[in-house]
Every structure is written in C-alpha cells, then in structure tokens.
Design a protein around this ligand. Structure first.
Ligand code: PLP
Length: 400
C-alpha cells in the first residue's frame, strides 16, 4: 500500500507558503489599553482591530460582564434548545430587534457560525446562492457546506447579480452580500440589489459585520443607511465582536425566517449557547452604541482626515468612507515590509495578502477606532508615507 503521507502534505504546503511570502504568524498581545497594545514588550498604537466604537473596554460593558458572570457563571452550560437559553440571551435578541427595527433576532456563537447556519438551513442542493466575489470567507464556505450552486458576480456589480439569478429562474435562491466589505471598506449597492432580489424572488441576506454600530441612523448599519426595510432585506448578520466590542453574532430580520433558523440551523442546534455574561456585555454595548453618536461622528472625522492626508502623500487608497481604510501595496512582500517598518515606528497595521484578497492586491488594512485621536491618524499617515518611500515597488511601476 502506498498511502500518501499527511506529514508530506503539511510540509509541502508549508514550503509553498514560505516560497510565496505567505507564512502567517500570530503575535501575542500581553496587554491592551484603549487603542494601545503591548506586543513583545513594546507598546504599539493599534490600527488593525475592529473595536470601531471603542466599546470592548468601556467601563459599563466590562462591569456588566463581571456582574453577570458573578451571578450567572462563566459558561453557556448547554445549547439553546436544551437548557442553555437564558433570559439575558432573550433580552439581547429583543434589544437588537428593537434597535434595528426588525421583528426577530437569533443569537449565534460567532458570525462565522451564523453564516454557515443561514445558508445551510435555507438552501439545499437544488438551491442557488448568488454572491459578491469579495464576500467574507464564511459566506463562501457556507454555500459549499449547504451543497447549493454557488455563483459569484464581479464586486459590487448588481447587473452581474441579476444575470446570475436569471440564468437559473426556477431554483430557490439567495442573494448575499457584505454590507461593508471587510477588506475594502466600501458599501454594497444595496438599493439595486434589493430591487433585483425582489424582482427575482430571491432572499437578500446582508452580512453587516462592519456596518452595524458604525453606519446609518443611530448606528443601525448599512441597510438602514440605504433606507431599506425588512421586506426588502429579510435577513442581516450583526456581529457582536466588532463595533459592539464583545463576542458572538446575531441574525436579524423576518420572523418566519428567524423561527425556521432556530429549529433547523445545525450550527445553532448543536453548539453551546453564548455565556449569558457575554450577552449582558452586549446589552450594555448596544445602549451605548445607540446613544453616543459622537463615536460615529469621530470615526467619520478620522476617516476623512486619514484620506485627505494620505492623498497629499500620494498613498494609494480604495473608495471607502468607513472605518476600514486600506492602502494598496501590490506585492505581498512589499505589504509585509511596510508593516514591519510601521511597527518599528510604533504603529500596528495588518498586512493582508491573498487568499484573503485577490492576487496582486496585497494591502495594509488600516482600521480606525473612536479611541484614536486626529494626531494619531496624522502620525500614522506620515509613517505610512515613510514606509512606502523606504520600500521600492517594481511591480507597481511597470503596472502603472
Ligand atoms: C468578522 C466577519 C465575520 C465573522 O464574524 P465572527 O463573529 O468574527 O466570526 C463574518 N462576516 C464578515 C463580513 C466579517 O467581517
């Protein structure tokens, strides 16, 4: 017998990553204090987290977590349908539905699990799943797991979405898009997509992991900003680990769809409920996110400042007005070299490479937080320009 070796397979994959500058390493944070992180004994100004509103260390949020943990414990104990469903979970679901103006909400262990759950319980192998090419990895995996036909359209191309739906007029269909694209920061053409979904009788699902809390009236996200109702967007994903500063996720929207998910979605049924203390933290965070408009206003000001100053320095930006502000670098090795240079200057920015982004589109993904100051952003942009100048880009010049 000549079974191929799993050790060889791992070694081959590893040497391919080394050869293409695609190794990935974790950095260990020993302390977090607002926008600062301590890494390898040094304090860095963090421009790569998703704590957009600065709520993860907010006193009211951490106090709610501590008090609920003291009363109710550290764990979720069981799945929701056995005995894990706690009044704090129900309260968060109500608070989310009330905030976002939708009839129903269902909590999940994470956004990744929620996306797997939604597609798997709504589409079977006869179904059609039409998605933006730049959608989050969990949505792509969700369609694969569901066994449905996955068709992707060019980024933000509503006509492309329509063509894909028209090509299979009989299949039960979902149209899925990120609200705010996680690696680009731009917002999907939601009004056009809603019209198409309605005309094609497809269920529109908007993954608003980076929109809720940040965009729209009272921070209700990209769907509310586009003025769309639950009839037009029957389902949305809200993550609790980004702007809301905690952990977990919720799918919100149409009551019938939510009820169907609660009884059929395997990543809901066969997993432990979120710790109730985490739900308490989220309840506190929702209150602050709704009330404190200055956090969103600050983010807008920081984004505008970043773009204006980056343009004066000739940095290559993408069309984003959100808290996600990528700087294109082209080659993977260049993105990494620039990130290293930034770190030496005290800034932590993530170099994002394929397969997370398309080939030749490696970038520094700068994320802003309401905890940053204008001076922080100015310092970062100046350091970005110095890092760019210190890192030649042969590919970019020939491509230009
Ligand atoms: C982060 C993210 C997710 C996954 O959410 P988690 O709660 O972190 O698992 C899903 N979709 C998008 C667009 C994301 O950015």
């Amino acid at each position: 017998m000549a079974r191929a070796s799993w050790r060889d397979r791992i070694a081959t994959a590893r040497s391919e990553r080394v050869a293409t500058s695609r190794t990935r390493v974790r950095r260990t944070v020993t302390h977090r204090d607002g926008a600062h992180c301590t890494v390898d004994g040094r304090s860095l100004l963090n421009f790569c987290g998703n704590d957009y509103l600065g709520l993860s260390q907010h006193f009211a949020v951490t106090t709610a977590l501590q008090e609920a943990a003291s009363r109710e414990g550290a764990g979720g104990v069981a799945s929701h349908l056995v005995c894990g469903h706690h009044a704090l979970h129900a309260q968060v679901e109500h608070a989310l539905a009330d905030w976002l103006g939708v009839p129903g909400a269902l909590l999940f262990g994470s956004g990744f699990m929620a996306n797997l759950a939604v597609v798997q319980s709504l589409l079977d192998d006869d179904g059609l799943c039409v998605q933006d090419r730049l959608n989050h990895a969990s949505l792509i995996d969700a369609a694969r797991l569901a066994g449905c036909r996955l068709r992707r359209y060019p980024h933000a191309d509503a006509e492309g979405a329509l063509r894909q739906l028209r090509a299979e007029p009989d299949a039960v269909a979902m149209l899925i898009t990120d609200g705010v694209f996680s690696m680009d920061g731009d917002v999907a053409p939601l009004r056009e997509l809603a019209l198409i979904a309605r005309a094609q009788k497809a269920l529109l699902y908007v993954d608003d992991a980076h929109g809720v809390g940040v965009l729209g009236p009272d921070g209700r996200g990209s769907v509310a900003e586009a003025g769309l109702s639950v009839e037009q967007v029957p389902l949305q994903l809200v993550t609790l680990g980004k702007a809301l500063g905690g952990y977990g996720a919720a799918v919100v929207g149409d009551a019938d769809v939510i009820a169907h998910l609660a009884e059929t979605a395997r990543p809901y049924l066969y997993t432990t409920a979120l710790p109730p203390a985490q739900a308490a933290a989220t309840l506190a965070a929702i209150g602050i996110a709704r009330r404190e408009h200055w956090r969103r206003e600050k983010l807008r000001q920081l984004a505008a400042r970043f773009r204006e100053r980056a343009r004066t320095h000739g940095l290559e930006l993408l069309p984003s007005d959100t808290a996600i502000q990528p700087v294109l670098c082209g080659e993977d090795a260049r993105a990494i070299a620039m990130a290293q240079q930034l770190e030496q200057n005290g800034y932590w920015v993530a170099a994002i490479r394929p397969p997370t982004v398309p080939e030749g589109r490696a970038r520094l993904r700068v994320t802003l937080s309401a905890l940053h100051g204008i001076g922080d952003v100015d310092g970062l942009v100046d350091a970005l320009a110095r890092a760019r100048d210190a890192t030649p880009a042969p590919m970019l010049e020939t491509a230009g």
